[in-house]
Design a protein around this ligand. Sequence first.
Ligand code: SAM
Length: 332
Amino acid sequence: MIKDNYGRSVSYLRLSITDRCNLNCFYCRPCKNTRFIPHDKVLTYEDMFYLLGVVSKMNVQKVRLTGGEPFARRDILYFLNRIKNNFPKLDIRLTTNATLIAGKIGALKDIGIKGLNISLDTLDRDKYRRITGCDYLSNVLASIDRCLEVGIRVKINVVALKGVNDDELESFVNLALKKPLDVRFIEFMPIGQKTLWQRENFWPSEEIVRAAGNITKLDPVAEQDKNHGPARIYHLPQGLGRIGVISPLSNHFCLTCNRFRITADGRLRTCLFSDKDYRLLPLIRSSKVSADHLQKVLERAGQKKPMGYEIMGQSSKERKSVCQRVMSSIGG
Ligand code: SAM
């Protein structure tokens, strides 16, 4: 069990399986010539199995595979199959831009993947091209429909960007009215050395909920029925889906944070906002380091898990970005 000095315990791991992504979202990886992690420093699937074996004995119950783009990693279906077979009790989730999943949706269903978080910041083709540098919107929308057809739950994550997609609130609400899916707006965070975050782009959750409530009736989902981590979720009584907001800045959820993050090069981050990391790769690969030792390292690191809002408070006084590493290499 990983417990920190504030009494929080870790039950959720976000594991970045690659730092490479086929999209170039301007707010996520603003620097065009980002250097990727050399292949020999990226966790292999064997490294990850070993790690999952260790954390699954430490009360980690949920693992989210992220990236970069997780589906850009070769043989991901083989990997998913193996973790599902080896760790049947682990709740395995994925966060994806859904541009590479078209031919894999049936297989994902067969493997037992129950839901996907799909990142999609616009429903407008030209704007999609401007945000991501690619022309894949129709492909993503078709994959969303296909997931719903085969019974894979879909949560669409929209980074809320004033001046970029605030004019599309109605379109997103209409999507959630028409289809049985969740659309969740996430506040834009100042992550990464060259972040483009500016106060003018910040679109706070309260404003989103108020404006969505003027479009359709919103019924808040009770806390105990949520099962969504930090999102505030609303049923749409006039439609099929739901709307949600995630407010890391305007209403932080550090007090209940239960997460560890591990980057594709095996660095443990105990807090999204802190650049303090713990290099696990040498421990995972060394034949001289036992699983018990690795477990102790995780426990000790967990004890010192900081309160992110304190880091955020300091950094907003000192510099613009709250941490140096870009989101695409942390995994969101
Ligand atoms: N490629 C996958 C995807 O698109 O979902 C997984 C990785 S991506 C880094 C994970 C999530 O982080 C995406 O939903 C992305 O929009 C979000 N994200 C990136 N930069 C962000 C920022 N500065 N603030 C809030 N969310 C951000």
